[in-house]
Ligand binder design. Structure first.
Ligand code: SAM
Length: 240
């Protein structure tokens, strides 16, 4: 019995050591400004272009679409939706497809080039595209019924200011779909590839609750993702 506990303990320790080895820790080593410039360069350059193309071919888009198609994150009834860190419009394309016809859709990103790629992908005059930092959103308090935030939070050295901004622009009772990278081995590789950080699920949930966002449900792309606890953190939150 003791051996089993010891074995589990040492397995956890070696997995944590491996994660530390793989992870990219630039986000903790440089100033916030320097890191933001790095993110802009990464997404504005060839890697961002590659991401736009790769996400057309990868499972990322169809898996994300399941959340909207099955109405696990239900857009019906929302009059205004903000997609923060829209990138190449991977989530916005689902917003266009599954929201009510008159819903106002706003796409924001730190990178002008990524928004340009989103425009090319979406080929729609419906979304408004706004270049903005998540930490300084140019919208009035309570402007949006829904917010989607896919794989952006991992690019904030401290997630609190960005999350507070999201809470501010959401109306009371508004719902957010948040997807972010988890602190496991797959997350460590993502961190290396995209120079970002990873989150511990419990710690992040605690922080979200402190900011007035309660978890309505934990979401998984498929039953297999749920069984294997794979695919990162994906939750629906509600502003109290
Ligand atoms: C991995 S992409 C995610 C794209 C899309 N949301 C998705 O789910 O596939 C991350 C995007 O977040 C943007 N980003 C990073 N830091 C940001 C910040 N502080 N404010 C706004 N956007 C940011 C990047 O420019 C990039 O386009």
């Amino acid at each position: 019995m003791h051996n089993t506990i010891d074995e589990r303990h040492s397995k956890r320790k070696s997995s944590a050591a491996l994660k530390r080895l793989i992870e990219n820790d630039l986000i903790r080593r440089v100033s916030g400004e320097e890191y933001r410039r790095k993110v802009q360069r990464v997404y504005g350059g060839p890697k961002g272009a590659l991401l736009s193309t790769a996400s057309l071919l990868s499972l990322h888009v169809p898996l994300g679409e399941r959340l909207f198609r099955t109405r696990k994150y239900d857009l019906r009834g929302m009059k205004s939706i903000l997609d923060v860190g829209s990138g190449a419009g991977q989530i916005a394309q689902h917003l266009l497809k599954y929201s009510d016809p008159g819903t106002e859709i706003v796409c924001t990103d730190l990178s002008r080039q990524m928004l340009h790629r989103a425009r090319l992908r979406l080929k729609s005059s419906r979304p408004e595209f706004v270049t903005a930092d998540l930490e300084r959103l140019p919208f009035a308090d309570g402007s949006f019924d829904g917010v989607t935030c896919g794989y952006v939070l991992e690019h904030l050295p401290d997630p609190r200011p960005g999350l507070s901004e999201i809470v501010r622009v959401m109306r009371k009772g508004g719902r957010m779909l948040l997807l972010t990278t988890e602190d496991n081995l797959a997350g460590a590789w993502t961190s290396r590839l995209w120079i970002c950080q990873t989150y511990n699920r419990q710690t992040l949930m605690g922080m979200l609750e402190e900011l007035g966002l309660v978890c309505r449900q934990e979401l998984w792309f498929t039953k297999m993702h749920k069984a294997m606890k794979a695919g990162g953190i994906c939750v629906e939150l509600e502003k109290l």
